[in-house]
Unconditional design. Structure first.
Length: 251
């Protein structure tokens, strides 16, 4: 099996996992009206299957398909901007509620993402996703920053809650969910960073750089597995977490 086949398996796993998890979280929000579920769901869908998916399809079709390719690219870029902003709002709401400075940073980030989307339309008319210009760099930097920010915050909370879990004072499943979310967001951020730097350095589309497609596939696979275990965990996985927590708390 070649690198290209392995890459597309990874892309497929990421697409399916993020689509299922995102839709499930939005549906959960529809039932309980809890804002974090909506924000994570929109973030996962926007950055993942809608944003990344539509932009990838537009890149595969190429500029020869005219309006269809432009419409797909515009939809993908908009979804990615909305997804990144949802992640930023989630980080602010969950980890820094009431912090006016963080609120201000989140608001500025939202305005910048809107300007990046508008700038892409003005400069290229969404004719090509391979142009590394100001709007592209701005959107990418903000997206990577919010993913790494979310990763650091989740891992910090996992560390705090794991101490409480060992004393039987925290839910082991929720504690593990913070760990998985931190790992998944970090993997997604790292994969995006590798692809963006390579595209800027070489001037080539990411899909035409073998090591980038492999990197994106591997990082996407890690993110997909982490999301699946965090939000759609098998019964055996939950049972193992609970049993391990009981053994640890009784030592």
């Amino acid at each position: 099996m070649g690198v290209e086949s392995i890459s597309w398996i990874g892309f497929g796993g990421f697409f399916i996992a993020s689509l299922v998890v995102g839709v499930r979280l939005v549906a959960l929000w529809h039932r309980n009206r809890e804002l974090p579920e909506l924000l994570i769901g929109v973030g996962v869908l926007g950055i993942g299957p809608v944003g990344f998916g539509f932009m990838t399809i537009a890149s595969v079709l190429g500029e020869g398909h005219g309006l269809v390719s432009r419409a797909l690219l515009a939809t993908g870029v908009l979804a990615a901007c909305v997804g990144a902003f949802a992640e930023i709002v989630f980080n602010t709401y969950v980890y820094h509620r009431g912090n006016r400075l963080v609120y201000g940073i989140a608001g500025i980030s939202g305005v910048l993402l809107l300007l990046c989307f508008a700038g892409a339309g003005v400069q290229t008319g969404f004719a090509s996703m391979n142009t590394v210009d100001g709007p592209y760099l701005g959107r990418t930097v903000i997206t990577v920053a919010c993913l790494f920010w979310g990763s650091v915050e989740a891992l910090r909370y996992w560390r705090l809650m794991s101490r409480r879990s060992r004393l039987g004072l925290a839910d082991p499943v929720v504690t593990n969910r913070f760990l998985l979310w931190g790992l998944g967001a970090g993997a997604a951020g790292l994969g995006t960073t590798v692809g963006s730097v390579a595209q800027w350095w070489t001037g080539l589309p990411p899909l035409e750089i073998p090591f980038v497609t492999l990197s994106s596939s591997l990082h996407g696979s890690v993110a997909a597995l982490a999301m699946w275990l965090a939000f759609l965990p098998p019964a055996a996985y939950l049972r193992r977490l609970t049993e391990r927590s009981v053994r640890t708390s009784t030592v």
